[in-house]
Write a protein that binds this ligand. Structure first.
Ligand code: FES
Length: 137
């Protein structure tokens, strides 16, 4: 438990909000979906990679489930969790309109440089949705 407290403290000092810290430490939506309807892996300019898995309702095109894996910084974990929480219950059209500022605002505070991590999450989601659309055609 002491270790968790120390991590919390470090994240707080770095400028992460309590929501972001919760997401990072609880690993919210970190994992894989077996047999996803949409999936993508993307490596951002920083060299870190994210993988997103979605379950999509075929009629309404609503995202029923979203999970992610990331090899990256604390920002990647916070942004991956935020985005996968944000898209649940949204249609794919609504989800692809979410941009990095929306992710940053949702978190309510992460270091400004982490806009790149929000961008990594956003782009990975876009590729997953693109893959889904390609499969439909
Ligand atoms: Fe690469 Fe955060 S995801 S710096």
């Amino acid at each position: 438990m002491a270790e968790e407290k120390d991590k919390k403290n470090l994240l707080k000092i770095s400028g992460y909000s309590s929501t972001a810290i919760e997401y990072i430490l609880r690993k919210v939506n970190v994992g894989k979906i077996e047999d996803p309807d949409a999936h993508a892996v993307y490596t951002g300019p920083c060299g870190d990679s994210m993988e997103i898995f979605l379950k999509i309702e075929p009629e309404s095109k609503e995202i029923k489930e979203a999970k992610f894996l990331a090899v990256g910084c604390a920002g990647a974990l916070a942004c991956g969790s935020a985005l996968t929480v944000m898209v649940k219950g949204k249609t794919i059209e609504q989800a692809e309109k979410i941009d990095e500022d929306d992710v940053m605002n949702w978190l309510g505070g992460i270091p400004i440089q982490k806009i790149y991590c929000a961008c990594l999450a956003k782009r990975t989601l876009k590729y997953a949705i693109k893959e889904y659309r390609n499969k439909q055609n």
